[in-house]
Design a binder for this molecule. Structure first.
Ligand code: GUN
Ligand code: ZN
Length: 438
């Protein structure tokens, strides 16, 4: 009802399309007004035009000098790896064995899982990330703990139980039938309960039997509006290993394709060592890539090829991949995405990079209109960025001659210190104290 409206005055930025493929893909209101009611966007536009539409006594929150954008969307992250972020290892497979699997053991303990989930979600709020696609562990208790923590904050999160029945420590192993049964029970309990969404989560081809992948594919067909998430073609040793495990497949990606795991709402992390036939298959099936630059550089996995991905029109999004990734911050992730693209001969515009971290994520998840923009009726998950968060940012921003230059400086110099506030479904969930050192 009208008397429950809240209005926020600041600069506004959001997207209606992909700046790489469409003109006028962004909306910028230098002196803007965002009107929110009942947890949803009522209007977003110029202050001068919208302020007269406000009913008398509507609370007007003055944030001039800040920039409001949709909350960031991180399409690939592991909450059980929070405590092993920044662990040294010479590459993916040794990192998994030395740090990842031992850390994941502890998530059969519901109390430990709850404590980590709370910290993890608070950290996402600090970084301005309001939606993420999250891996839990093989233990159903880890999924319960995560969704309970997310539901308590009314966050729009996607998560799932890792399915993994071979090539991992005995105590982290499920079996094909139990993994499908447990996943189905979790789907029935959590998928679309409030804002929670379920992702069928076979970890990667190397840790699943053919039967497990087959059952995952059947589950995906039986529940077509669920998500799917896995890893593909991250590292050349991993690619060779998968080839030896599935000699009949045309490629690593083809292992998933044969098992019915490529479709809309499927999110594949990394996608570095694909060929053009794979890329065409991603685009054709609507399977999206979660590009994870901080992880790929940290683990020495390789450089995502933006030029070939764009030529194939693959759906693209950005992920942190914590704990392989080195930051929860999507701003820091945008910085490294820019440099990875640059190494491949591509210059990503700042508008494109901000698109990828917001609407690009939502589109890749088929949630456009629900999250990732200020479309009327979308859920009111939004953040306020402070262009003066650090002395250097303030100095560089003052020199910017265009919106593109300003946003470029944010993407290259910004981090969680810029996130002055995070709102979830219209409610304030995180705020930096005014005047406090960030
Ligand atoms: N491949 C299989 N499991 C993992 C994981 O936990 N992290 C990363 N980066 N790659 C993986
Ligand atoms: Zn990962």
């Amino acid at each position: 009802t009208r008397h429950e409206l809240q209005a926020y005055r600041a600069s506004l930025l959001h997207f209606t399309d992909d700046p790489a493929h469409a003109e006028h893909a962004h909306r910028w209101h230098e002196d803007g007004l965002l009107i929110v009611g009942d947890g949803r966007i009522v209007a977003a536009g110029d202050y001068a035009q919208l302020q007269s539409t406000l009913p008398p006594h509507t609370p007007l929150h003055e944030h001039r000098g800040k920039i409001i954008l949709p909350g960031f969307i991180d399409t690939h992250i592991h909450y059980p790896q929070t405590d092993i972020i920044a662990s040294p290892a010479p590459g993916l497979l040794s990192w998994l064995e030395t740090y990842t699997f031992p850390a994941e053991h502890r998530f059969d303990d519901a109390e430990h899982a709850r404590e980590v989930a709370d910290f993890f979600l608070d950290e996402l709020m600090r970084c301005g990330t309001t939606t993420a696609m999250v891996y839990c562990t093989v233990h159903p208790a880890s999924v319960e703990a995560f969704f309970n923590a997310s539901e308590a904050r009314n966050l729009r999160m996607v998560a799932g139980k890792v399915m993994m029945d071979r090539n991992c420590p005995e105590s982290l192993r499920d079996d094909a039938e139990s993994s499908a049964r447990d996943s189905e029970a979790l789907i029935r309990k959590w998928h679309k309960r409030g804002r929670q969404l379920y992702a069928i989560t076979p970890r990667f081809a190397a840790t699943s039997s053919t039967l497990q992948l087959q059952l995952a594919g059947e589950l995906a067909r039986a529940h077509p509006d669920t998500f799917i998430q896995t890893h593909v073609a991250e590292n050349t040793d991993e690619v060779a290993w998968v080839k030896s495990l599935f000699p009949a497949a045309r490629s690593y990606l083809d292992v998933y394709d044969r098992h019915g795991l490529m479709r809309e709402r499927a999110m594949y992390a990394h996608c570095i060592w694909l060929d053009d036939e794979d890329r065409a298959r991603m685009a054709h099936t609507g399977t999206a890539a979660a590009v994870c630059p901080t992880s790929n550089l940290f683990l020495g996995s390789g450089l995502f090829d933006f030029a070939r991905a764009d030529a194939a029109r693959m759906p693209l999004s950005l992920g942190t991949d914590v704990g392989g990734g080195t930051s929860f911050s999507m701003l820091r992730t945008m910085n490294e995405a820019y440099k990875v693209a640059r190494m491949g001969g591509t210059h990503l515009s700042a508008l494109r990079i901000f698109y990828l971290a917001t609407l690009g994520g939502a589109r890749s998840m088929r949630l456009e209109g629900t999250i990732g923009s200020f479309a009327i009726g979308a859920e009111a998950d939004f953040i306020m960025l402070d262009p003066k968060a650090t002395p250097l940012l303030a100095r560089r921003a003052a020199q910017a001659d265009s919106l593109e230059e300003l946003l470029f400086a944010f993407a290259l110099l910004g981090d969680e210190r810029m996130v002055a506030a995070t709102h979830v479904a219209g409610r304030l969930r995180h705020a930096l104290r005014a005047g406090a050192p960030a």
